[in-house]
Design a protein around this ligand. Structure first.
Ligand SMILES: NC(=O)c1ccc[n+]([C@@H]2O[C@H](COP(=O)([O-])OP(=O)(O)OC[C@H]3O[C@@H](n4cnc5c(N)ncnc54)[C@H](O)[C@@H]3O)[C@@H](O)[C@H]2O)c1
Length: 284
């Protein structure tokens, strides 16, 4: 396995700009691939702002910030962006059809040694790997929001991922200052398989009148030492995203224990999606 030096990140949204930030800050050359110049500019501005905050908190120096930004090259073309990359990481919206189209293009244009990775929260890594001619070099790198702050990278092995690829991605994640945790490809991996049923149960507590949202969250914060209650966290993640992931678990396991709470469905139907719409279980 070749060492990873050059990275291409496809998608510069919430997750993509954070992923670009941590790679560039840790000495990797990064190509940031977006669909429009304004989206690429927005990603670079966000990274610039987040680096400035780190400078003001004296976590990095002004020259670290300048060097980090110099290592990032924004681009609008997948073939140009991936042609000399050692690792290509995809962070576009959670749609199988979109990711399939992108990985077919990446596979056709990336060097044969390059590793392909997805930041998907819920789509099967094995199924995405199967659209490429290199499923043994395909892996999940599941970062957490906000990427520059959160330590975890869930490293997901598809059915055919080679051990040497997993080892290299674990090692590369450590170079980013992260803590990689390996898991195998099953619906929801570990993170969402444990988190989403807890959030769903918290919503059932509200639905059945067991307690008010604020009280459900207080119990989990004060009694279980959770830094954030499950309903506050659900609002932060987005109630539509929570519902989509519960559907993935329900469909993937065909087990009624993953049945989404009717109140969650109703809130999504009403457009109360959490922080991003100004209202979910709480008002913002
Ligand atoms: N938001 C989270 O908390 C979170 C956490 C972990 C994993 N994820 C996963 O990360 C992925 C990205 O999520 P996000 O929240 O960053 O989404 P987002 O909508 O914030 O960003 C997606 C970006 O991809 C860009 N894009 C779309 N099509 C593209 C294309 N063809 N080529 C290049 N760029 C393209 C969009 O312009 C946008 O900037 C999803 O698979 C999601 O499930 C999200």
């Amino acid at each position: 396995m070749r060492d990873i030096k050059k990275v291409a990140v496809i998608g510069g949204g919430t997750m993509g700009n954070g992923i670009v930030h941590v790679f560039a800050q840790n000495g990797f050359d990064v190509k940031l691939i977006e669909t429009k110049q304004e989206f690429a500019d927005r990603a670079i501005n966000t990274i610039d702002k987040n680096l400035s905050r780190m400078v003001s908190k004296e976590k990095i120096s002004e020259s670290d910030k300048v060097a980090t930004l110099e290592r990032i090259q924004p681009l609008l073309s997948i073939p140009d962006g991936v042609k000399d990359a050692d690792l290509i990481l995809e962070a576009v919206p959670e749609s199988y059809d979109l990711k399939k189209k992108i990985f077919e293009q990446v596979d056709a244009n990336a060097p044969s040694h390059a590793i392909l990775a997805s930041n998907t929260s819920s789509i099967s890594i094995t199924k995405l790997a199967a659209v490429t001619k290199r499923p043994e070099k395909f892996i999940g790198m599941h970062f957490f929001n906000p990427v520059p702050v959160m330590k975890l990278v869930e490293v997901i092995n598809g059915l055919e991922t080679e051990q040497a690829v997993t080892d290299l991605i674990m090692d590369t994640s450590r170079k980013l200052g992260k803590v990689p945790v390996p898991a195998n490809d099953f619906p929801g991996f570990v993170s969402n398989r444990v988190l989403m049923p807890m959030i769903n149960e918290a919503i059932f507590c509200v639905h059945e009148g067991v307690a008010e949202p604020v009280h459900v969250d207080e119990v989990m914060k004060l009694g279980m030492a959770h830094p954030m209650g499950p309903l506050r966290l659900a609002d932060f993640i987005g109630l539509d995203v929570c519902l989509d992931i519960l559907h993935v678990l329900y469909d993937g396991f065909k087990d009624p224990k993953y049945r989404p709470c009717p109140l969650l469905v109703k809130m999504v139907d009403a457009g109360k999606l959490g922080d991003k719409t100004g209202e979910g279980f709480f008002k913002y």
